[in-house]
Design a protein around this ligand. Structure first.
Ligand code: PM9
Length: 476
């Protein structure tokens, strides 16, 4: 007599089931691999010195596990690669553009779409279309490229995120929320006519990948409407934000990520997007708006800076991969494993007492460099130092998100000094395994255990714009 699959009594149990635990796994299997190699400590010493202690200046072949960014680093699916073969590389009116446009309309709900080569192309267009010199743009914490484009048009960014977002240890389910009193105070001070739009990011990158609640976006929209101010969204990681709403906000547990994403966007007038993150592609971006007037301006500027308004700097094949990526990014199983992997790494670090930003956010684990090096002054660049030390220990590449990224105050020329001095371990989507996360956690622990006595850095070269990309440092 044979046993059936449902016969619990006779089926051997996995270790997990015996201990009452049910594991989950990624909703995909691996079809192609890319070899990576470990370097020696000596090789890494030479590489980081040649890179001016800036992980952006390392050669990727000198990196073992690359957690610099989740931007453009995703593994595409077989469907996306098949889509690449359907690229229509006509200069004008490529069929892939219409597929992309239809999917942005379907999943984000906006009327008009302008493709761009990546996110900052779209930031450029929206800033150019809406900002006049002397304008003020309130937003939920700055992002480097977003603020740079706002400033280049003569605008000034004002941070109106809730105070809790600046405290790495504060537990709050929606730490990306806008503080309505702060926003009202900015409107009272400058007048609505000086505010071309409110800039809302979901999730907030520099705060640790922290989400915004549906309740907050509704309230921000109502406040903007009362004053006739537009609300634009940085949708770069908005699908991840939707997952957090599903998980944490009352009334959304039974809604899909796709439904939540569309509802959230419905409270905004348009969005810019770096498709290199949520949308599982290696290049691409877009601006999408509901106002025909704004569309007309942006779709005219796009031909000056990016390319014709039906490709905006992307090849037809890239638009096809992106159109398919939009469908894949909102699959609940995909998102559960995506955020699950980030939490797996964060969970290990927390278990071992490593100081990280809480709660664990969407795309990365953020190490609190101030608590690695409590004695190191911020002007000696603790987070830059920590990223270099991590690379030296194990060839893992991370990114500084502290005083270097914050740049200088446009008016005074002094360093901006953010409260958060962080190193970001950013997890590319569908790329690394749980074992890579284990190796990473062990390396971080080794650096944390050996942190005492570490010397900081001094900056020896500083470019004018977005200095964190190209600045160079020496050991003190
Ligand atoms: N973010 C990141 O690694 C790429 C390099 S900038 C350090 O996090 C948001 C929220 C982003 C973002 C890029 C952009 C710009 C806009 N908004 O890089 O131009 O995180 O496609 O997008 C990076 P692009």
């Amino acid at each position: 007599m044979g046993t059936t699959m449902n016969d619990d009594a006779v089926q051997p149990k996995t270790m997990g089931q015996q201990f009452g635990r049910r594991s989950w796994a990624e909703p995909w299997k691996i079809k192609m691999v890319e070899p990576i190699k470990m370097t020696t400590r000596e090789e890494r010493e030479r590489a980081i010195r040649e890179a001016g202690f800036n992980t952006f200046l390392l050669k990727s072949e000198d990196v073992y596990i690359d957690l610099l960014t989740d931007s453009g680093t995703s593994a595409m699916s077989d469907r996306q690669w098949a889509g690449m073969m359907l690229g229509d590389e006509a200069y004008a009116g490529s069929r892939n553009f219409y597929h992309l446009e239809a999917n942005i309309q379907k999943y984000y709900g906006y009327k008009y779409v302008v493709p761009t080569h990546q996110g900052r192309g779209a930031e450029h267009l929206i800033s150019r279309a809406l900002i006049e010199p002397g304008d003020v743009i309130p937003g939920n914490m700055y992002f480097t490229t977003t603020r740079a484009h706002q400033e280049l048009q003569g605008g000034a960014f004002v941070d109106v995120i809730i105070d809790e977002a600046h405290d790495p240890q504060y537990e709050h389910p929606f730490k990306g929320n806008i503080d309505l009193d702060k926003l009202q105070a900015v409107i009272d001070k400058h007048g609505a006519e000086k505010i071309p739009y409110v800039s809302l990011a979901g999730t907030v990158n520099m705060a640790g990948g922290q989400p915004v609640s549906m309740e907050n976006v509704r309230a921000v929209k109502a406040l903007c409407d009362r004053h006739g101010i537009a609300l634009y969204l940085d949708a770069t990681r908005m699908a991840e934000n939707a997952f957090f709403i599903q998980e944490r906000e009352a009334g959304y547990a039974n809604k899909s990520v796709a439904e939540i994403l569309k509802e959230f966007c419905s409270y905004t007038d348009g969005a810019w997007m770096s498709a290199k993150k949520d949308s599982l592609v290696n290049i691409g971006g877009w601006l999408a708006v509901n106002s025909q007037e704004v569309y007309d301006i942006a779709s005219n500027w796009v031909v000056v800076f990016e390319g014709l308004h039906t490709y905006g700097g992307m090849a037809g094949r890239d638009m096809e991969a992106l159109a398919i990526g939009i469908e894949e990014q909102v699959q609940d199983d995909h998102m559960r494993s995506r955020i699950g992997q980030v939490r797996y790494l964060g969970g290990l670090l927390e278990e071992w007492g490593i100081p990280i930003v809480r709660p664990i956010g969407g795309h990365a684990i953020f190490l609190d460099a101030k608590r690695f090096y409590p004695e190191m002054p911020q002007d000696e660049f603790p987070a830059q130092t920590l990223a270099a030390e991590l690379y030296l220990d194990s060839g893992i590449r991370a990114m500084e998100r502290g005083i270097v990224s914050a740049g200088r105050n446009a008016a005074t020329g002094d360093h901006n000094r953010p409260k958060l001095e962080l190193v970001r371990l950013t997890i590319p989507r569908r790329v690394y395994t749980q074992a890579h996360m284990d190796v990473t956690a062990e390396a971080v622990k080794a650096v944390y255990d050996g942190a005492a006595g570490t010397c900081g850095l001094r900056m020896v070269y500083e470019p004018k714009y977005l200095r964190f990309f190209q600045a160079r440092f020496e050991r003190l």
